[in-house]
Design a binder for this molecule. Structure first.
Ligand SMILES: [Zn+2]
Length: 338
């Protein structure tokens, strides 16, 4: 049973916000676009395991998609987490085509696709690290010790998996998507002792959902983008120009004369993704180019955002604007950006 749906990838939203606000000829733009394509591919690949997961008996599996947890100042992300009475399984989903070769001596992955060879970090190590972090994180809640296991799931059925001669361990950790139900049956046979009661699983599910917070793991610094290089202000939804001008009660595009009541909303979403999850009146005025404190206050108040701080230094919490759980709007962005 799915108890947490898949989030829209926040890294993709972050990259889309950069793409909107960075000059087309910026040296980092090709990298931004390359990473966007990769994120879209990964997201599509994750949805490809929905069918094999749907075959698992509902009552035995609690399925949590895209779980991001902060632990010891780092954010770790699990594509899919399966909770059972007997064990917990972490799934790292890879959407790769062509032939992939696992080199377990040097923990590298080589992909050969249409004559091109690419090297990656070994996803088995990646998912093992997530498993280790999840184990440590779980210790604080005093649940009975439950076995943890992790798998790399190759979601593209036409991907050919290769290993070194004599390598007998990779096939225990790397599986094709369609093999998931069988693999889980095998795991049930290995970890056949009931550790968690139904009540404890419910409690654990609640704790994980409560601690989940989708955050971009990419940063402007990694992409060699200086924040001052990003365009500020509200964007015109018709001609895509920056910035729109705020009159008393609406936004006005100087280029195409388009008028908007709420162009500040997508702009503040971008602010949240690119700069900070909270904003003060002064910061919002600088960002949206609104000279009047009162006009800015009226706009922010109308959005019914939660606030922190006292009346002197009030900050508005922007994070709920991003709403990763309703991907229908974002799907449109995906199809446009291909
Ligand atoms: Zn315009």
């Amino acid at each position: 049973m799915i108890v947490k749906d898949r989030d829209f990838p926040v890294n993709l939203l972050f990259l889309q916000a950069i793409e909107r606000r960075l000059e087309e000829n910026h040296p980092s733009m090709p990298r931004v676009k390359e990473l966007m394509a990769k994120q879209i591919k990964g997201y599509k690949g994750e949805t490809a395991i929905d069918y094999p997961l749907s075959i698992l008996p509902d009552q035995d599996y609690q399925i949590l998609h895209s779980v991001s947890i902060q632990y010891q100042n780092q954010n770790f992300h699990i594509d899919t987490l399966l909770l059972t009475n007997n064990f917990i399984a972490l799934l790292e989903v890879k959407n790769m085509g062509g032939t992939i070769h696992f080199d377990r001596k040097f923990n590298q992955l080589t992909q050969t696709y249409m004559g091109n060879v690419k090297y990656y970090q070994c996803p088995i190590i990646q998912v093992s690290n997530q498993e280790r972090l999840l184990k440590q994180w779980l210790e604080q809640f005093n649940f009975p010790t439950i076995p943890l296991t992790s798998f790399v799931v190759i979601s593209n059925p036409s991907c050919m998996i290769q290993v070194d001669p004599g390598d007998k361990s990779t096939n225990q950790k790397v599986i094709h998507g369609h093999f998931l139900p069988t693999k889980m049956e095998q795991q049930q046979a290995i970890s056949n002792k009931q550790i968690l009661s139904a009540k404890e699983i419910q409690k654990l599910t609640r704790i994980i959902i409560k601690h989940h917070k989708g955050k971009a793991t990419l940063t402007l610094k990694q992409l060699n983008i200086n924040p001052i290089e990003l365009l500020l202000g509200a964007q015109c939804s018709t001609c895509l120009a920056f910035p729109m001008k705020r009159t008393h009660s609406y936004w006005y595009c100087l280029k195409c004369n388009h008028k908007s009541k709420n162009a500040h909303i997508p702009a503040l979403k971008d602010y949240c993704l690119l700069f900070s999850e909270t904003i003060s009146n002064k910061e919002a005025r600088e960002y949206l180019r609104i000279p009047s404190t009162n006009v800015m206050k009226r706009i922010l108040t109308s959005m019914e955002l939660q606030t922190i701080g006292n009346t002197r230094s009030i900050n508005y919490i922007l994070y709920p604007l991003i709403n990763l759980t309703s991907p229908s709007n974002h799907d449109i962005i995906i199809s446009n950006s291909r």
